[in-house]
Design a protein around this ligand. Structure first.
Ligand code: SF4
Length: 111
């Protein structure tokens, strides 16, 4: 269970790891140690691509991302791992031109 892979649907189109509505990173970290709502979480792995989609050239496909999650208040969190098969990551900026990970969040967070 410790190396569980998750399917990360992602709407943060200007992230270097974004490709076709999926996260292609092999491992991500979700932040928000004391978060009690989704918007207090963030994807700490976000890397601004400068609007070049999948500029990291990652080859991983959906369903292969290991999640370390610091949002321990979330009901899906067990020992810093996400127990869901898949999560949705999104961003709060209107144009999805995220300058930093602060604007991203895990939309699957639940108390
Ligand atoms: S659903 Fe919960 S445990 Fe899973 S990544 Fe999102 S905040 Fe973390």
């Amino acid at each position: 269970m410790n190396n569980q892979k998750n399917d990360v649907n992602c709407g943060v189109t200007d992230c270097a790891y974004y490709s076709d509505a999926k996260c292609t990173a092999s491992r991500i970290e979700i932040g928000g140690k004391d978060a009690t709502s989704a918007d207090a979480t963030c994807c700490e792995t976000f890397r601004n691509s400068g609007n070049m989609v999948n500029s990291c050239g990652c080859s991983a496909k959906g369903g292969q991302t290991e999640i370390k999650c610091h949002a321990e208040e979330c009901k899906h969190n067990s020992e810093l791992k996400c127990m869901l098969d898949g999560i949705d990551v999104s961003c709060s900026c209107a144009s999805c031109d995220c300058g930093s990970s602060d604007q991203t969040f895990c939309a699957s967070f639940k108390l």
